[in-house]
Write a protein that binds this ligand. Structure first.
Ligand code: HEC
Length: 159
């Protein structure tokens, strides 16, 4: 019986993307901490920007409510199955604090080009080790990525 219980506990720890609890701060996993200087042995890769269509995103200090609303709709349809808005992990990491963990360019490139980013980016690889699932491409089009980013900013308290 004891053996069974410890097996269950081990199994629960193994699915840690569901478990790395809500009581932790935004730098909950050391592997995803701010060591963005590392290029993961890939010198041509810029870990601040990531890889994808976005190289310089203009962000206003105040929130664009219309964009955030549009982003929320995309979130509900395409992202909410795997991402909570708290710091609690579901299939993927919770979004609370995500805009402080990465640059706008990194987030928008990751959201539209996850395959290349997971292959090349040290932070994305560290997340993959925790979540054990590669984020599938969600086929964001047009302003989708920018709008979702604005919604993330709203979720992180920008007004
Ligand atoms: C099928 C599940 C799934 C869906 C749907 C999904 N994601 Fe993800 N996402 C993941 C997983 C798993 C990770 C982390 C592992 C990795 O590197 O692939 C992740 C990571 C991320 C990250 C990095 C988070 C961090 O804390 O560093 C961002 C940003 C992100 N996703 C954006 C999005 C957006 C935007 C959408 C909707 C358009 C979306 N995701 C839809 C599973 C998903």
């Amino acid at each position: 019986m004891k053996k069974l219980i410890s097996l269950v506990i081990i199994a629960m720890i193994a699915v840690s993307c569901n478990n790395s609890g809500s009581d932790k701060s935004s730098n909950e996993t050391p592997a995803v901490s701010d060591q963005s200087a590392s290029t993961g042995g890939n010198p041509s890769y810029d870990p601040k920007r990531g890889e994808g269509p976005f190289s310089k995103v203009d962000i206003s200090p105040t929130l664009n409510v219309a964009m955030a609303d549009a982003g929320k709709k995309i979130y509900t349809v395409k992202c909410s199955a795997c991402h909570k808005l708290t710091d609690e992990n579901l299939v993927g990491p919770g979004w609370k604090g995500v805009t402080t963990r990465h640059t706008a360019e990194w987030i928008m490139n990751f959201a539209s080009n996850p395959d290349d980013m997971i292959t090349k980016d040290p932070k994305a690889q560290a997340m993959l080790e925790i979540c054990l699932v590669r984020m599938p491409n969600q086929n964001l089009v047009g302003d989708d990525a920018r709008n979702v980013y604005e919604f993330m900013r709203q979720n992180d308290g920008v007004k």
